[in-house]
Every structure is written in structure tokens, then in C-alpha cells.
Ligand binder design. Structure first.
Ligand code: ADP
Ligand code: MG
Length: 233
């Protein structure tokens, strides 16, 4: 089967340019199966292993629905750790590289509070962060989530494993009821299903087992052990 190209999606030319800049032309199976629903603002739950291309799936979706002229937080992405949040923030910045003036603000623990508060004050389109620090900003009223249109829980199973269930519920309560919620997870245990029922509406389920291979032309190497007398030369 020929993999579907990003150019078959109803996305902006600037988005296609950014993808081309990243060297992406064909969608990974996760992207091909989830992006049509994501672009229609449906709630989606994606279960797929690490390395399957989930970041671009939700990144393209949240950028598609963004209004760059409105400087309010329209997309909130939560990740279990600072390192993962930073990777996701960087990936979103790259996907947004051909759009003008898109502001991504990182809200992670272990970093001073003041600069984060100042960045939020100057207006942010997208917030990427970890649950604890996002909750801190909510409590101090330095973060307004009332304009969030896309809510992403990346590595949701890990966030639950790390004991963030309650914090995640508090944050979800601060979001508009009318929103798109994308839940991404490598595994699909009962507590993830329960969380999906609590925060998503009629989610489309996408489950993919394959992992992206960086090199499509993987060369198979075979080794035959032979005796010296079997050699031709
Ligand atoms: P996951 O979140 O599912 O673990 P990532 O979103 O981090 O996976 O993607 C894994 C790797 O695949 C990254 O290096 C990313 O740049 C690359 N990648 C994602 N989508 C594509 C694509 N369509 N074509 C080529 N590479 C891609
Ligand atoms: Mg990921």
C-alpha cells in the first residue's frame, strides 16, 4: 500500500511547507488514521507505541484550528515530564515555523516562575507543560484557560502512573466544556479508558501497532557461517 501524503489533507500551504522542511512527505500510520478526525475537531484517543509519530498528529491538528490574530491560549498540551514537554514544544515550533507570530509558552516545573508569568502576560497561543506547574499558574491566576479549543494529554498513561490524576482533573475543570480533547497513550489500561470517558466526547479510537522506521529502505543483512574449505576464494 502506498502511504498517504500530507498533501492529501485539507491543511494550509504554510503547514505543508513546514512539513516538507522537516523532510516529512508521507504520513505515518498513526497520522493517516487520526488526522482526518483531528482536523474535523473530533475527540480522538490514540494508542500507539513510542516513535509512531503522535506529536505531529496532534501538532498539525492544533495549529490547523489556531487563530493567530487572537493572543489567547487556544491549545494546551500536557506531558508527564519537562524533557518530554520540551521535545513537544520544539516539535510544535518547527511545525509552526512557516506561520507568523505563533507563540508557544513552556510551563514546566524546575524553572523560575516569573519569566513564565511574564511570557503568559505578553500573550500566548499555545501552552505546553507539565501538570504540576500548569496547576500552579491556574491557582495563582496567571494562566487563563477559558479560550482553549484543543486540549492534548500526551503520554497520558505515564501521567497517571506518576500520580497526576487529581491534578489533571483540576486542570480539565478549568477548560471550556466545548473543546477538542486528544488523548495519547502507549498503553490502554482501564484507568485510561475511565479518564477518556470523563473528559472526552464520543472519541474516535485509533490503535496502531507498527513503529515508524526512520529508513524505509532497510537493508537486510544476512550472515552465513561457513567453513574455510567452503569458500570460493
Ligand atoms: P511518538 O510521540 O509517537 O513517540 P514522535 O512524534 O516523537 O513519536 O515521532 C517519532 C519520530 O518520527 C520523530 O523523530 C519525528 O520527527 C519522526 N516523524 C514523525 N512523523 C513523521 C513523518 N510523517 N515522516 C517522517 N518522520 C516522521
Ligand atoms: Mg510522544
Amino acid at each position: 500500500m502506498t502511504p498517504a501524503l500530507f498533501s492529501t489533507l485539507p491543511i494550509a500551504p504554510t503547514q505543508l511547507e513546514a512539513l516538507a522542511g522537516l523532510g516529512y512527505s508521507a504520513m505515518t500510520p498513526v497520522q493517516a488514521q487520526s488526522l482526518p478526525a483531528i482536523l474535523q475537531r473530533k475527540d480522538v484517543i490514540i494508542q500507539a507505541k513510542t516513535g509512531s509519530g503522535k506529536t505531529a498528529a496532534f501538532g498539525i491538528g492544533l495549529l490547523h484550528h489556531l487563530n493567530p490574530r487572537f493572543f489567547g491560549v487556544q491549545a494546551l498540551v500536557m506531558c508527564p515530564t519537562r524533557e518530554l514537554a520540551e521535545q513537544v514544544g520544539e516539535a510544535i515550533r518547527q511545525l509552526a515555523s512557516r506561520m507568523r507570530n505563533i507563540k508557544v509558552v513552556m510551563l514546566c516545573g524546575g524553572k523560575p516562575f516569573g519569566p513564565q508569568r511574564d511570557s503568559l502576560e505578553h500573550g500566548a497561543h499555545i501552552v505546553v507543560g507539565t501538570p504540576g506547574r500548569i496547576q500552579d499558574h491556574l491557582q495563582r491566576q496567571t494562566l487563563d484557560l477559558t479560550s482553549v479549543a484543543t486540549f492534548v494529554l500526551d503520554e497520558a498513561d505515564r501521567m497517571l502512573d506518576m500520580g497526576f490524576a487529581e491534578v489533571m482533573a483540576t486542570i480539565t475543570a478549568a477548560l471550556p466544556k466545548k473543546r477538542q480533547t486528544l488523548l495519547l497513550s502507549a498503553t490502554f489500561p482501564d484507568d485510561i479508558k475511565k479518564m477518556s470517558r470523563a473528559i472526552q466526547r464520543q472519541p474516535i479510537e485509533v490503535k496502531v501497532d507498527t513503529v515508524l522506521t526512520h529508513d524505509e529502505t532497510v537493508v537486510e543483512q544476512l550472515f552465513f557461517e561457513i567453513q574455510k574449505h567452503e569458500r570460493n576464494t
